[in-house]
Ligand binder design. Structure first.
Ligand code: HEC
Length: 103
């Protein structure tokens, strides 16, 4: 797993902005559009809305892809499915990079 991650980072250095390698600043701008209304500033979590900051990039991408496909995960997935459906692969990669980078 560690080797794979390092491999992806190296790949990203060569091909910056590919769909695998998120752009943190673009992710922040996208997050500010509406994600923070539920998940709080910088993904810190708010009431029953899950904390997102610091989670692993592959985990965040997998969750967003799952919601985008219309698949439920938890009891309130309907809310997230609506939010994830308009996201592109690049937006998902950017959001994951941004959220992962928040401490
Ligand atoms: C209307 C409120 C709302 C908005 C807006 C919203 N979310 Fe969510 N989000 C939720 C809820 C509720 C869940 C938990 C859903 C469930 O039960 O499966 C969730 C879950 C998630 C998860 C999975 C967390 C985990 O660890 O399981 C991610 C990642 C996520 N949201 C990212 C985003 C992003 C990125 C945006 C902006 C594009 C966004 N959310 C906008 C309400 C929202």
């Amino acid at each position: 797993m560690k080797g794979l991650k390092l491999g992806i980072v190296g790949f990203c250095l060569l091909l910056s902005n590919s769909a695998l390698c998120g752009d943190i600043d673009a992710g922040e701008a996208r997050y500010a559009q509406n994600c923070g209304n539920c998940h709080g500033p910088a993904g810190m979590g708010l009431a029953s809305y899950p904390k997102l900051k610091g989670k692993e990039i592959p985990y965040l991408i997998d969750r967003l892809n799952t919601y985008r496909a219309g698949t439920k995960i938890g009891p309130n997935s309907d809310l997230m499915i609506m939010m994830a459906q308009p996201l592109s692969d690049v937006e998902i990669a950017n959001l994951a990079a941004y959220l992962n980078a928040q401490k």
